[in-house]
Structure formats: structure tokens, C-alpha cells
Design a protein around this ligand. Sequence first.
Ligand SMILES: [Fe+2]
Length: 163
Amino acid sequence: MGNMDCSSSGNQSCSGAIELLQGEQKAVRKLFSDYGQAKDVKGKEDVVGALSLALSLYCSLETDIIYPAMKASGSCSAEKEPCQGEENHHQAKLLIDQLQRLTADVDSEKYDAAVKELKAVVEKHFSEEEKTLIPQMEKSGNNFEKMSAHIDNFKAEHKAQLV
Ligand SMILES: [Fe+2]
């Protein structure tokens, strides 16, 4: 098959990885909008619990599968931005941890403010990825052929949580 362009090849495993990532982004965005609709403490806690799960799934998809495959193929390097999401992921994780420690203050402005801050970090990160990581993934068709088995395993392992 050679080094085909992902966007024009119709390569199943290639679009699979991008679709999976975009599906996860969509799920996370939906949860932030659900948070705005949450009526009580239980509702807020449920959304934050689901957010924690969805974000950790999303981060492991990138950190464990996408970044290593792209680095291995030279699609990510020091000069190229697409694989540098770790810092944002770490920031998001710290905010999630903070939220999960505020269990006595779910009904407070402090809690809403922390969710708002988390949303801002995540939104900024997603929009960077739409400009850098996803276009680079589209160009890396050859690379994604090797990734397909990992993607299939990931889907099977996380079937219950995936949208
Ligand atoms: Fe990311």
C-alpha cells in the first residue's frame, strides 16, 4: 500500500483512530453541557464522575496509542507540536482530582468555578488538537495501519464507556 494519505485512501484503521478521538472529544463536550443542566448535588457529582472517566479514557487513547505511533513514524518531533498534549492532560487531571476532593462543597461556587476552569483547559486543548494533531493524523496514513490492532483492542476494552 505504501505511504498513502489518510484522508484520501479510505484507510479504515486511519479514519478509525481519528473518529475515535473525535467521538471522545464530543462525549466530553456533551458532559460539560450536561453539567450546566445538573439540578442538584447528586446530578453534579454524577457528571463530574463521568467526566473523570471520559477524560482519562481520552488521555490514555492519546498517550498510550496515538502519540507513540506518531512518534515512531516521525510524525511528531520536538519541532512539531501535535504530540505535546501531556501538559494539558496533566493540568486537567489535577483539576479533576481537586473536584473529587471537594465532595463537601459540590453545592458551592468554588466547585462550579473549578468545573469552569477544567472546561477552559479542555476546550483550549481540543481546539489546539483540531489545528495540529488531527491534521497530522490525517497525513499519517501509513502510520495508522500499524495502529489499527491497538485501536481495536482499545475499543474492545472500553466498550462500555465509549460513545
Ligand atoms: Fe489531548
